[in-house]
Design a protein around this ligand. Sequence first.
Ligand SMILES: Nc1ncnc2c1ncn2[C@@H]1O[C@H](COP(=O)(O)OP(=O)(O)OP(=O)(O)O)[C@@H](O)[C@H]1O
Ligand SMILES: [Mg+2]
Length: 238
Amino acid sequence: MSDVILEIRDVETYYGKIHALRGISFSVEAGEIVTLLGANGAGKSTTLRTISGLNRAKAGSISFMGEEITTKSPHEIVSMGLIHVPEGRRIFKGMTIKENLELGSFTLKDESERRRRMEHVYELFPVLHERRQRDAALLSGGEQQMLAMGRALMTDTKLLLLDEPSMGLAPFMVQGIMKIIKRLNAEGVTILLVEQNAKAALKLADYGYVLETGEIVVKGKAGKLQQDESIVKAYLGE
Ligand SMILES: Nc1ncnc2c1ncn2[C@@H]1O[C@H](COP(=O)(O)OP(=O)(O)OP(=O)(O)O)[C@@H](O)[C@H]1O
Ligand SMILES: [Mg+2]
């Protein structure tokens, strides 16, 4: 039986007069890794921002774990376990790595639970443990990405929205981040992954959607999309 965790129906989002999402519909099943691909400006980040409540859908509906979230605040959505790691990471510079992680657990009341989660993040990313007392601004790009993902894991994450986690990373770092995504998924976190690196994303994902100027133009099992020459050429580059 399929168990849909996220359902997007006919969603339209605008920036003033710019019609960024033109009626998109798709769903994510619990336990899956789904990737959202497309060229610059296609609407990938807008899709994630609309799901997490940072942008408002002007039409359509979004439901998460069977509950409509279309008009909920970002804060309410986070507390339901739907966590968004935005483009460009948004770590807090001028704060230590440990403080950045603590900020991720603001919805957790239980101190021992917070400590348990922090240890889990340090186990996933040993480099964050080594540098926990250092200013987050001193981390490399890849390490900042780890911190952003680690912060998302400081709370009870059911669905993780990742916006281009591989951006700007060296190839070996990309592999490392993809491995971590796979591990999180194996631990029960459902993942919606936006990527420019279509090859890496399709390798990891169960299912893929391609966005073009605010519309979904292609969808299918990741393995199928990977093998379809015309799709790869037309939409996925290289
Ligand atoms: N804050 C904003 N104000 C006005 N227009 C915006 C804003 N953010 C995005 N847009 C426009 O909305 C469209 C979709 O942008 P979006 O950022 O969702 O694309 P994307 O697929 O994430 O692209 P990229 O791969 O470059 O990150 C683009 O035409 C973009 O110019
Ligand atoms: Mg984007």
